[in-house]
Design a protein around this ligand. Structure first.
Ligand code: GTP
Ligand code: SPV
Ligand code: MN
Length: 604
């Protein structure tokens, strides 16, 4: 069978096959070039309309890409099963492509720019024969925000299109935001044959280009997310004096009506979505405390020239959240958010067209179809859902969405929290002495690896600012950028460190977590507003046991002391384990890092 290579002007028999009249000539020229490379049978220009969603969803169902779920229980919700070899981000197949290796630095996989294109071009060559190429225009950031960025993703995955329309502001709105400008991120994506041997996620920051081949999953394929909003954006931020960070952004309103916004960087699958959607314990809601979500995964921050304060927006429009562990007990807001208009990926399907995952309910359903499409019963000895199974839900579904979530001017950030998943050593909460010390704490943060990325799980690795897999340039320059940001601010956020995951000798979590994290947040807010007490310790400012409210908790004051205990021998071992990162940076370690380590050692 010979397939004609459709050009933009030829492919007029199919709906939406012509370039959007709103797309500028730079866009249409680039799209035509990519059509010539990938040679799809059809091209579909997406407009973001509801009619388009209905049409594409039906096509995805017909193609077996989506399974419609029970319309009564879960209106407009669908299940997708990804290829079992393609269930998480693949960090070892993710590359920063720059002229020199030094530009990517010691923590990134690197390809020389031309070599990167040369490696991927043969893979993309004709890869869309027999397939449809979707042209997906999107905006990262509230419309009209000076920081908002336009991207155009070309993809042969209808699942990616349907996810992008939830996760971003997708459709004609992007052409309006772009106008006649050439400043859009050129995102090219193909599933290829979904073979890990031919899987590459390549970033070309100096061409504003992303080429991703061979994966249909999450951060590998929804190119607006980790690829654009973190890796490419972090490069722009460094050049232009702002920051792109792997952080949630939440508002906390006190009974007196005072609103404090807090950003928090926790590594993948370490609690951002849950913290961002936190519902305070009853005692606090009765008093009038209210938590609202601006974002659950990524923030862009800049210094407001007038006030000298740090402001932030969430560039995304939806949540791509971890499902296992999510329940009406742990995160009711997330459960509400994914009750409608949601795409589930790699969860189990029950006989009544509902979904299930580990931790959703105490009792497992008597039978189900597991994430790989196999018959499953509770005694089958395997998990029904994949540990990195996800929901994609629009943020407007979140009952606790912050009123400023769409505000182009963003919100003022009063606190920055760093937090890893640490069974041992790291206390529940402490505060950095100042910005420079806080940057040191973030830079040396360790966390046990999770199912969000392919590879060994549960091993402590250094994950500076939870950005190890997402810094699009040399980590040396990234750390310097963090230190320098301080000088732009007249009043900087306070910096904290938390650990919800400390365990006792029996391996049980010492802290109840989830909604109860409000108690820790309350101390953090009170510190920011100059109200709470803290004592000076070797590692930072710490609340005394009585400074954290444990009324109504099963946690005793003794357990609280255990949660907050600092063992100097363990701290020394921690300092030694940071050497791995310091050695990688070798002679390039910013001097603030060295001074902070020396000060810490002298305090021990
Ligand atoms: P990414 O989307 O991968 O960036 O993850 P995330 O940082 O948003 O993590 P998320 O909130 O989805 O939580 C990941 C896992 O940790 C889930 O299984 C949660 O149930 C669990 N978790 C979140 N918060 C807490 C907590 O306070 N305590 C405990 N024990 N578990 C938590
Ligand atoms: C993460 O891994 O940090 C995620 C999921 O938020 S993904 O979109 O796959 O990157
Ligand atoms: Mn994340």
């Amino acid at each position: 069978m010979t397939i004609a290579n459709p050009t933009i002007s030829q492919a007029s028999t199919i709906d939406h096959s012509k370039p959007s009249p709103a797309a500028n000539v730079q866009v249409t020229k680039w799209v035509q070039k990519m059509i010539d490379l990938c040679r799809p049978d059809q091209v579909v220009w997406c407009d973001g309309s509801k009619a388009e969603r209905v049409r594409l969803t039906q096509q995805a169902i017909d193609a077996g890409v989506l399974i419609k779920l029970n319309e009564q229980k879960l209106p407009n919700c669908y299940l997708h099963r990804s290829n079992p070899n393609d269930v998480a981000r693949s960090e070892h197949l993710t590359f920063i492509c720059t002229p020199s290796e030094d530009m990517a630095g010691p923590t990134n996989n690197w390809m020389e720019t031309k070599a990167g294109y040369a490696k991927l071009r043969p893979l993309f060559d004709g890869c869309m024969k027999g397939r449809t190429m979707y042209v997906v225009p999107f905006v990262m950031g509230p419309i009209g925000s000076p920081l908002a960025k336009v991207g155009v993703e070309l993809t042969d995955s209808i699942y990616v299109v349907l996810n992008m329309r939830i996760m971003t502001r997708m459709g004609d709105v992007a052409w309006k935001q772009l106008g006649e400008s050439d400043e859009f991120t050129r995102c090219l994506h193909s599933l290829g044959d979904v073979n890990p041997e031919r899987r590459y996620i390549c970033h070309f920051p100096y061409d504003n280009t992303i080429w991703s081949f061979g994966s249909g999953y999450g951060g590998n394929a929804l190119l607006g997310k980790k690829c654009l909003a973190l890796r490419i954006a972090s490069v722009l931020g460094q050049q232009q004096g702002w920051m792109a960070e792997h952080m949630l952004l939440m508002g906390a309103q006190s009974p007196q009506g005072e609103k404090t916004y807090v950003a928090a960087a926790f590594p993948s699958s370490c609690g951002k979505t849950n913290f961002a959607m936190l519902i305070p314990p009853k005692k606090y809601t009765d008093q009038g405390w209210k938590i609202t979500t601006v974002g659950d995964d990524i923030v862009w921050m800049w210094v407001d020239e007038k006030s000298g304060r740090l402001r932030a927006i969430n560039p995304e429009a939806g949540y791509f959240g971890v499902v296992p562990g999510t329940s009406l007990h742990t995160n009711p807001n997330a459960m509400f958010a994914m009750n409608k208009d949601t795409i589930y990926t790699n969860v189990a399907l029950t006989p009544d067209g509902d979904v299930w995952w580990e931790g959703k309910t105490d009792a497992a359903p008597p039978k189900a179809i597991d994430w790989q499409g196999q018959e499953w019963t509770p005694d089958s000895g395997r998990k029904a859902s994949h540990p990195n199974s996800r929901f994609t839900a629009p943020m407007v579904n979140n009952p606790a969405l912050d009123p400023a979530a769409n505000d182009p001017d963003g919100v003022v950030v009063s606190a920055i929290i760093f937090g890893g998943r640490r069974s041992r050593t790291i206390p529940l909460v402490f505060q950095a002495f100042n910005w420079v010390h806080g940057v040191y704490l973030g830079a040396t943060m360790g966390s046990e690896t999770t199912a969000a990325a392919v590879g060994q799980q549960g091993v402590v690795r250094r994950d500076p600012m939870a950005m190890l897999p997402f810094i699009g340039y040399n980590i040396r320059d990234y750390l310097v950028h963090w230190f320098r940001m301080r000088k732009k601010m007249s009043d900087c956020p306070r910096i904290f460190n938390v650990n919800w995951f400390r365990k006792d000798d029996q391996g049980r979590y010492l802290w109840p977590g989830f909604g109860e994290n409000m108690r820790v947040l309350k101390w953090i807010i009170d510190r920011c507003q100059g109200r709470a007490y803290a004592k000076e310790t070797a590692i930072g400012w710490m609340p005394r046991a009585e400074d954290i409210d444990i009324e109504g908790l099963a946690v005793t004051r003794d357990q609280m002391k255990q949660l907050q205990s600092v063992n100097l021998e363990e701290v020394k071992a921690e300092i030694m384990s940071q050497e791995e990162l310091f050695l990688k940076l070798a002679g390039d370690l910013p001097k603030e890092m060295i001074f902070q380590r020396e000060l810490l050692v002298t305090r021990l």
